[in-house]
Design a protein around this ligand. Structure first.
Ligand code: V47
Length: 399
């Protein structure tokens, strides 16, 4: 199928040398990445990304998980200009901090045997102390021992190190002892100092963020990586970001998944730009990530940020993962996201099946929980069935 694509026959195409490189399985350079971004030929770039995804993941499967996000506190010592989630004092309007016990009880209605992951990130609380974060992990592990804890970005790890005077490796080791299973990819934003110094000057710099992931990989943790795009950065900064991630992965090898995060502009200092990002830019970013990050197994189209319809399209532009059920989401909803906070398993199956791909429920480390190879109606839950067991959507019955 791939060799019959228009991309294999376009000798005079503006990207023909890059197309030839991708078809030959060669690694792209910084300049190649920049030229892909400068091109408006989204369909060719998408076809190339789909080709890479097919080579790496077979192209047929799309991963999702049943997860639950937990943001223990929104009180934060840092003042990132793009952030709408943080409150700077305990008594600020909307500020909250949950105790470990409150967290355990708050999520109880949402936790069932097929929930395999808690995704835990939050504010850098100036007063609570490192023990609070350890206690959160311990309490969750005690109450729900089968659930993997994917917790704390490299920025949080760096903050804990500063708070305690411990080195980052010791901080990570203590969190592993408390139940940490892997690290999410947040806090990467844009590595280039021209941008980073403007949007999040207090945060760990690129070198520190990458070094902490390197340490985590050495300790046996798998981690993810993100890029926050669509604010003040230029294409040059995005491509530089991808190159730095690829280089770190060559060195330490423990990244599972790359997640481009579309900037949401409400309720923060950075605000909205006239030329803020578009669906076209999102699909291009997903596709270029897939092509450049030849050593990352997975690219995630995070439906909360992209909206389910765009996430669905992204699965044909190189992404092979759509994230999970999520259940409660604060970071993007505080920033103006209008998506739901939760999709149930059936919603995710429907999104994936509708483009002719096969949903694979996974755990955090990409072990298969279940492959959904049958027609969609076979997976309809009770709530979507008539009393005779037939599938209905609203008032319409499907047979
Ligand atoms: O680092 C903050 C971003 C990230 C805004 O590892 C914003 O599987 C858009 O990293 N508009 C945290 N984005 C979330 C994150 C993540 C999400 C899903 C899956 C995984 C994973 C990781 O959220 C932050 C920052 O880049 N963010 N504010 C905003 N206004």
């Amino acid at each position: 199928m791939l060799e019959t694509l228009p991309i294999s026959t376009t000798q005079s195409h503006e990207l023909s040398d890059i197309i030839a490189k991708v078809l030959a399985g060669e690694r792209l350079s910084y300049d190649d990445g920049l030229r892909l971004y400068q091109s408006h030929d989204l369909l060719t770039i998408g076809q190339l990304a789909d080709l890479v995804n097919t080579r790496m993941n077979g192209g047929e499967y799309v991963y999702f998980n049943q997860n639950r996000h937990i943001n223990p506190t929104n009180v934060c010592a840092f003042h990132c200009n793009f952030c709408s989630f943080a409150r700077f004092t305990e008594d600020a309007p909307g500020a909250y901090t949950w105790t470990p016990d409150q967290i355990v009880e708050r999520i109880r209605p949402d936790v069932h045997p097929r929930v395999t992951e808690f995704h835990i990130v939050g504010g850098l609380h100036p007063v609570l102390g490192f023990e609070y974060y350890e206690d959160v992990l311990r309490a969750l592990k005690k109450a729900y021992p089968w659930v993997h804890l994917k917790a704390f970005t490299a920025v949080e790890i760096d903050f804990f190190a500063q708070l305690t005077g411990l080195d980052q490796e010791t901080v990570l080791q203590r969190l592993i002892d408390a139940g940490l299973g892997s690290m999410p990819g947040g806090g990467a934003e844009i590595f280039h100092p021209e941008v980073r110094n403007k949007i999040c000057p207090e945060k760990a710099d690129a070198e520190t963020w990458l070094a902490i992931h390197g340490i985590a990989h050495r300790l046996g943790l798998r981690t993810n990586a993100t890029m926050l795009y669509g604010h003040i950065e230029r294409y040059e900064h995005r491509v530089d970001h991808l190159m730095q991630l690829r280089e770190q992965q060559d060195k330490s090898g423990g990244f599972n998944t790359f997640i481009p995060l579309r900037y949401h502009p409400e309720n923060n200092n950075l605000g909205r730009r006239l030329d803020c990002t578009t669906a076209h830019d999102t699909l291009k970013t997903i596709a270029i990530s897939r092509i450049i990050l030849d050593n990352f197994a997975h690219i995630k189209a995070y439906w909360i940020m992209l909206t389910p319809p765009i996430a669905q399209l992204a699965l044909q532009f190189g992404a092979d993962d759509i994230d999970g059920t999520v259940v409660e989401e604060k970071i993007y909803h505080d920033a103006g996201a209008t998506t739901a906070e939760q999709l149930d398993k059936f919603d995710l199956l429907r999104l994936i099946k509708a483009i002719g791909k096969t949903p694979v429920e996974r755990d955090t480390l990409y072990n298969t929980v279940e492959i959904y190879g049958q027609p969609i109606k076979d997976y309809a839950p009770e709530s979507h069935r008539t009393i005779r067991g037939e599938v209905k959507i609203a008032h319409i019955e499907l047979n």
